[in-house]
Ligand binder design. Structure first.
Ligand code: ATP
Length: 380
């Protein structure tokens, strides 16, 4: 756990970069600091590993006051990843990754073996081991930066815009790999970004900072998108936050309507009698949907598999509202199919119903916002 307790940083020229900042970054979780340029994100991050000393206040690393730990000892337990990876240009990739363990006394051979394993973990082919940083793409260099920070197996990782120097496609890949790695390693991570989408995708919790180093809101991604505490946060997270918030809300929270089904082999005439707007859902005997039948196009006789429209996606009740919306939009009947996690039909929803849910969420957020004058929850 890392805890900021009323931390302030005033630079010698008088700039107040961080103002009375208090928040807790829980152990094993990703806390993201976001906010506009100059709001004090990097200053906050660098105070944790004492590259910058606070003017007042205390930063606690578990139950230890960081200012009472020697900077060298402190940094051994804290990996640090920066934009453009900050690799040593004249060292090979494997030696870049092995730098810290070798400095800490691990025999070179052993450190290099461990570095090769780490390279694989972050998705880098070991064939790059003997290349130099300039011979790697931006995305590959970022991976080396992450591998290097992980090399001494620190419990804490600080990451300053670690994915910002690469194009959006590579960035999305790095995000996925990073989340997979974190689910294995469970590090305590504090990451800085100016990109709210990145924060929402990666953060277990997000701290939104305002220029002057004020904490505007500390919340989970879902809460931030649905309940911004003030206009600054609402503007920062953006107008399309309703759509983004769909990625967090379970589709199980949607009211579904019972949907009639028939099985393969049923008579098309019987299916036609049950169809709504010409479409009937065909399911197997376990109640698992197989596809849609258009009864006005189907020839008389038995319902066969080759008559089914299978294009529409199906959303599981433990999936997200976004997946439910995709299911409604891709369904030939316009009705999105919601199933249990085992694939058994629960019922259907329409796109309008999903959109109504978004509007209600946004309305709730506005009501709550106007009734709360102060940024409740801004600190903890
Ligand atoms: N060494 C310094 N001396 C004086 N002012 C500084 C110094 N370093 C940073 N600042 C100022 O402190 C404020 C916070 O800077 P910081 O780099 O922490 O912001 P940031 O949120 O990380 O910005 P960005 O997203 O642009 O990197 C800014 O106004 C910056 O100009």
């Amino acid at each position: 756990m890392i805890r900021f307790d009323s931390v302030t940083k005033r630079y010698p020229d008088g700039t107040l970069a961080v103002d009375d900042l208090s928040f807790t970054a829980p152990t094993g979780k990703i806390t993201v600091l976001v906010g506009p340029s100059g709001c004090g994100k990097t200053t906050s991050l660098r105070m944790i590993n004492r590259l910058i000393e606070p003017t007042s206040g205390t930063i606690w690393i578990d139950d230890r006051d960081a200012s009472q730990i020697s900077a060298t000892q402190l940094r051994r337990g804290i990996g640090y990843v920066i934009q453009h990876a900050g690799l040593f240009p004249h060292r090979t990739i494997v030696d870049n990754v092995a730098t810290v363990p070798i400095l800490l006394g691990t025999p070179k051979k052993q450190a290099r073996m461990a570095a090769l394993e780490l390279m694989e973990r972050v998705g880098l082919d070991p064939m790059f081991a003997n290349r130099y940083p300039a011979q790697l793409s931006g995305g590959q260099q970022q991976r080396v930066g992450v591998a290097r920070a992980l090399a001494s197996d620190p419990p804490v990782m600080l990451m300053d815009e670690p994915f910002s120097a690469v194009d959006p496609v590579v960035r999305a890949q790095l995000h996925e790999e990073f989340l997979r790695l974190q689910s294995d390693l469970g590090k305590t991570i504090i990451m800085v970004t100016h990109d709210i989408d990145e924060a929402v995708k990666l953060g277990d919790q997000i701290a939104v900072l305002q220029v002057g180093g004020h904490l505007a809101q500390l919340a989970s991604p879902h809460e931030l998108l649905t309940r911004p505490v003030n206009d600054f946060v609402a503007d920062f997270v953006g107008r399309d936050r309703g759509y983004r918030s769909l990625s967090f809300e379970k589709s199980g929270s949607l009211p579904t309507r019972g949907e009639p089904t028939v099985e393969l082999g049923s008579e098309v005439s019987a299916a036609r009698a049950l169809a709504i707007d010409d479409w009937i859902l065909v399911a197997n005997s376990d109640g698992k949907p197989l596809g849609w039948l258009c009864t006005s196009l189907a020839p008389a006789g038995a319902v066969r598999e080759d008559m089914l429209f299978r294009g529409g996606t199906i959303a599981a009740s433990d999936g997200t509202l976004r997946q439910a919306l995709d299911a409604t939009l891709s369904s030939p009947s316009g009705r999105g199919v919601i199933v249990t996690p085992d694939g058994v039909l629960i019922g259907t929803v329409t796109a309008t119903e999903v959109v109504e849910r978004i509007t209600t969420n946004a309305g709730d957020a506005r009501a709550e916002h106007s009734s709360s004058g102060s940024p409740a929850g801004a600190t903890q």
